[in-house]
Ligand binder design. Structure first.
Ligand code: PHE
Ligand code: ZN
Length: 881
């Protein structure tokens, strides 16, 4: 393991390389413990670069075995080498030269899953962000682009499949028992997009005919016997390819597109050119093993990685500070894709729920950073929800500001201008400015200022003059390293809804820019006056969540109920229901803490039940409406001094109130939403299942017995219903014999299918209450728990820390001590995984003092461990600062 070097990388220090890489020729002689890598690199000195400048290549835990310059051995005096770098001096002035580097690496021993490693007997690489340097000494940075030729030599019997990027050149027997395969990728690419996969895998094949009538071969590689489970991923891939042509005019550019599913992977998936590597969790599905959520995730991630081919690969990042250039944009693209494939409003609600529960806490805590950061200590720690999800929201706001046509013109210009280049966020923004003529200088602050803006709004209606006045104020909270903030350009979609539900159409606005239904807030304090409003309207603001902000808008429950009933923007209707729910939930948490009786505003319950029973609304929307803000959401709204037990108890009491008041509705929904016939994963059927299972959950609150859930478990004929019934049983009746039985039945039925056993782990890891920790510890002793597999670790330990507020935040601090112990155990094997799970404590400062003290002590234990990886040291030190 590479322990902390403590070096901070600054954006301001960026400069291009002294040498230009022209081409790359790699030969791998595969061996599980001793793979030989020959890297032939052709360079030339960049114009104007001093003759004394050496060539410096990056390494990570490497040993150099051979070094040639134009085929001649390089004398020892001409170079310096350490495991982390190779420096060669006295290189030719003008002509290109060839460096050949030979290294031997041990894939079997590579437990951090970066570079070349083995998973289930398969050779596999992961190079983003800085994994290539664990394979060979190389200029391992995203602005070094070259075409690659790859030769793979390996044991023939063990490696019938040998893959790399680009197009297949050929392959054959080699010498005794060995075979080779050669690949060529003509598209210049940075090393982080390199990939190699070899081993014995099954394959599913299909074809796609592109918009210019080229036939592309599509292949998805999975473990033998699992081919049928790749069908949905293949379908999603073809739909993604079609959609990117229609919506963004982007055509695929190689003869073949491959996806490989592996079972040990640190992240979701990786967009290597022409050879995406996936966590098998995001490929494999059939009705027996996958939930509707699994299907939706597969669709989204297949699309995401495919879309990277243009936003990430053809146009890549100049340096890692620009990560949002590819990630934020690509998330925006996959969000739009899913919105077009499913219900747009329901998709938007899910996105906003996710943004608020993951990104808002990050932005409000010690790990807050701008979408485009200016410094990092460990780039692996910047694959964050701020870079991804807030980055996507920033792209969405550009689309909102510019309107559909100008946004499209800007994207087209971006593709045309920068194809084949490694560029910056500034280049991206400039394309939109040039295409639209709009100045985006102030808007760009969204990339540079961290923290979620708070917009406070008050309104005033004057009947006599028919004017409606809106006063807005924006405040961007201080974040680490950024105390003073400038006002931002915040696009707020709005409607003024009249008594009869129709929108007011003002004759005039003064005070600022309004385009269509978007109000442009640009000043710290700003008032907009609308004239020609004949009666008092209800303001619906930040519709569709047009800006990722916190909004304080004093609205009466009656006005919120009016929006919930009448807004034409379904998202706004959901938002209004949430805004009605939150004060009740916050109040309930306070009352629970003070030992008072918990009450709930009946008009809120009535509005909720009205939406639940409204048959003009799609079931998926109604399910979302009935799903209250999470305990984490409530904690965030409360802001500080949080007691997770009180929040849980308060929320539980409100759920019971709703359940009692709505029993009739829930009984009806439970019957009506039953989906007959064979399972299909389409959005409409998924919506019905979701509403039915939500009703089931409420009914168990009303009935107080596990009987209904146990019956639902017994009769379920698909994984969505089965897993939901199991979760209701486990979370509501952890000690009931029905639950014990269901857990045992589930395990017996799916034993051997690790992805399903993960659901069994995570369901138990999220059982609320102080008993959860003992359960998690016991499950870690289960032979099905494999401590080296990231999916197992995430489903048990990660889910416990991120998804079990009462269990993890035990008042005695045992949860935090457990986490510290686990982090220290995982870190030496897999620093990226350890650092990621540690971020579950990012909101520790908003806990009540006793828990916060325990949390600090646990973090300090980690901090004081001398052998931490850079990854964990970076996170823990920022969290304690
Ligand atoms: N670039 C990948 C994606 O977002 C994520 C990833 C990052 C995977 C780093 C592996 C390592 O699509
Ligand atoms: Zn991505």
């Amino acid at each position: 393991m590479r322990t902390d070097t403590g070096q901070i990388v600054h954006l301001a220090d960026y400069r291009p390389t002294d040498f230009v890489l022209e081409r790359v020729d790699l030969t791998f002689e595969l061996d599980p413990t001793n793979t030989k890598v020959d890297a032939r690199l052709i360079f030339h000195r960049r114009e104007g670069v001093d003759l004394s400048a050496p060539l410096v290549l990056d390494g990570d835990e490497l040993t150099l075995s051979g070094l040639l310059l134009d085929q001649n051995e390089v004398p020892a005096a001409q170079y310096d080498v350490t495991p982390e770098s190779l420096t060669i001096r006295d290189l030719p002035a003008e002509s290109p030269f060839e460096i050949t580097v030979t290294t031997y690496i041990n894939p079997e021993a590579n437990s951090q899953l970066m570079g070349l490693y083995r998973t289930n007997g398969i050779y596999c690489t992961q190079c983003e962000a800085e994994g290539f340097r664990r394979i060979s000494y190389f200029p391992d940075r995203p602005d070094v682009l070259a075409p690659y030729t790859i030769t793979i030599i390996g044991d023939k019997a063990a490696n019938p499949v040998m893959l790399s990027n680009g197009n297949f050149l050929g392959g054959a027997g080699y010498d005794e028992g060995r075979a080779f395969a050669a690949w060529f990728d003509p598209h210049p690419k940075p090393s982080y997009l390199f990939a190699l996969v070899a081993g014995d895998l099954g394959v599913v094949e299909d074809t796609f005919v592109t918009m210019s009538e080229r036939e592309v071969t599509l292949k998805i590689y999975v473990e033998h016997g699992k081919e049928a489970r790749a069908a949905y991923a293949m379908d999603a891939l073809k739909r993604s390819m079609k959609w990117d042509e229609e919506r963004f005019g982007r055509e695929y550019d190689l003869d073949i597109f491959m996806i490989v599913a592996v079972s040990d992977f640190n992240m979701g998936a990786m967009e290597n050119k022409g050879l995406n590597v996936f966590n098998d969790k995001y490929v494999l599905a059939d009705p027996e093993i996958a939930t509707d959520q699994d299907y939706a995730n597969i669709e989204a991630i297949i699309a995401h990685e495919y879309f990277h081919n243009w936003t990430g690969n053809r146009i890549t990042c100049r340096d890692w500070f620009q990560l949002c250039l590819k990630e934020g944009l690509t998330v925006y693209r996959d969000h739009e894709f899913s919105a077009d494939q499913r219900s747009r409003a329901v998709k938007r609600i899910a996105e906003v729920r996710h943004l608020k529960s993951e990104q808002f806490p990050e932005d409000a805590g010690p790990l807050a950073h701008p979408v485009r950061p200016t410094k990092y200590r460990e780039i692996n720690n910047f694959y964050t929800t701020t870079v991804y999800e807030k980055g996507s929201e920033v792209t969405r706001m550009i689309a909102t500001l510019l309107g559909r046509d100008d946004f499209k013109a800007g994207m087209d210009l971006y593709f045309e201008r920068h194809d084949g280049q490694a560029v910056t966020v500034e280049d991206f923004v400039k394309s939109f400015e040039d295409a639209s003529g709009r100045d985006l200088t102030q808007f760009s602050l969204w990339y540079h200022q961290a923290g979620t803006p708070l917009v406070t709004v008050s309104s005033d209606y004057d009947q006599a003059s028919g004017t409606f006045k809106l006063s807005l104020e924006q405040m961007i909270p201080a974040t680490p390293g950024q105390t003073a903030k400038e006002p931002m350009h915040i696009p707020l979609s709005f409607a003024l809804i009249l008594d009869n539900g129709s929108p007011a159409v003002p004759t005039k606005v003064a005070g600022g820019e309004v385009t269509g239904d978007v109000l442009h807030l640009t000043e710290r304090r700003q008032s907009f006056t609308f004239t020609g409003v004949s009666s008092r309207p209800v303001l619906s603001l930040n519709r569709s969540f047009s800006a990722p902000i916190n909004l304080h808008l004093d609205q009466t429950p009656a006005d919120l109920a009016h929006i919930a009933r009448h807004d034409t923007d379904l998202f706004a209707r959901w938002q209004a229901l949430t805004d009605l729910a939150l004060p009740n939930l916050m109040h309930a948490a306070r009352d629970a803490r003070d030992g008072k009786e918990i009450t709930c505003d009946p008009s809120f319950v009535a509005a909720l039940l009205e939406a639940a029973g409204d048959e003009t609304l799609e079931p998926a929307f109604r399910a979302q409406a009935l799903t209250l803000p999470s305990e984490a959401d409530i904690a965030r709204e409360l802001g500080g001094n949080n007691d997770p037990d009180a929040i849980h108890a308060g929320r539980d009491a409100i759920l019971s109130e709703i359940a009692k008041a709505g029993t009739k509705t829930f009984l009806r929904l439970f019957e009506d939403m039953k989906v007959d016939g064979a399972f299909t994963p389409d959005a409409a059927s998924a919506g019905k299942r979701s509403l039915r299972n939500t009703a089931l959950s409420y009914l168990t609150y009303a009935e107080g017995t596990p009987a209904r859930a146990a019956a639902a478990f017994a009769s379920a004929d698909n994984m969505t219903d089965l897993a939901q019934a199991l979760a209701v049983l486990a979370h509501r009746f952890p000690d009931a014999p029905e639950t014990t039985n269901a857990l045992a039945t589930f395990l017996a039925r799916f034993d051997g299918n690790a992805l399903v056993v993960d659901k069994w782990f995570s369901t138990q890891a999220t059982i609320p209450g102080a008993g959860a920790l003992a359960r998690v510890r016991a499950l870690m002793e289960n032979p099905r728990f494999i401590a080296t597999n990231p999916n197992r670790v995430r489903s048990l330990i990660g889910t416990f820390a991120f998804g079990n507020p009462t269990g993890f935040n035990r008042a005695d601090g045992e949860g935090y001590r457990f986490l510290a112990e686990q982090i220290l155990a995982i870190d030496p094997r897999n620093p990226q995984l350890a650092a990621r799970i540690l971020t579950s404590m990012r909101s520790w400062r908003s806990l009540e003092p006793q828990r916060a003290d325990h949390a600090r002590a646990a973090l300090t234990t980690i901090e004081q461990t001398p052998t931490l990886s850079t990854d964990v040291r970076d996170i823990v030190e920022r969290m304690l600062k």
